[in-house]
Ligand binder design. Structure first.
Ligand code: CUA
Length: 181
């Protein structure tokens, strides 16, 4: 019993009791089960995203986002006039996070596949796509790439779910999924 100091100061050299070794065995096997579940759930449960990550300089990422926005902007929306960008299906598309916005708004076609790149211009933000409940941590210096095929049209909210300061609760973005024109 560990409430009082051990009788023998070299307690770790005493032989293991049967109960102790049983619990170590149980914990070890449970650890293996959890590890196996984590791996198999990726395939069976479609729980984890198959994403890729690359290193990228925040400014270089910003330039790619600007270039896409300049090329494919279709309109502006909201009080702040945030650009709505409609890139061609199958292309690489970008969304950047910074204090405190997700930028720009994307307009995607239903049943088309895109490579969505996410990164941060300043510090850690979260990409939480609602109501789909897809969650990705986003860091400056890293380009997180998700291959996505939206299968339902509608308006999706992007919510920052990593606390990032005073404006955290206002940090939202938007993705429109539309039927092919
Ligand atoms: Cu960005 Cu919280």
């Amino acid at each position: 019993m560990a409430i009082t100091p051990p009788q023998n100061r070299l307690w770790w050299k005493e032989p293991l009791s049967g109960v102790e070794i049983t619990w170590i065995g149980v914990a070890f096997i449970w650890g293996l089960v959890m590890f196996g579940t984590m791996v198999s759930w990726h395939f069976v449960g479609k729980q984890n995203l198959s994403n890729e990550t690359y290193r990228i300089d925040p400014n270089a990422f910003g330039e790619k986002v600007e270039a896409m926005t300049e090329r494919y902007q279709v309109r502006e929306e909201g009080d702040t006039g945030v650009p709505v960008v409609r890139p061609p299906p199958g292309s690489d598309i970008y969304m950047l996070s910074r204090l405190w916005e997700w930028w720009p708004v994307l307009e995607l076609e239903k049943d088309q596949t895109y490579r969505l790149h996410l990164s941060s211009m300043d510090w850690q933000h979260g990409f939480s796509l609602q109501p789909q409940n897809i969650n990705v941590q986003v860091h400056p210096g890293y380009d997180m790439v998700l291959t996505i095929t939206p299968d339902k049209s509608g308006e999706y909210a992007v919510v920052c779910n990593e606390f990032c300061g005073i404006g955290h609760h206002t940090m939202v973005g938007k993705i429109h999924v539309v039927d092919k024109k």
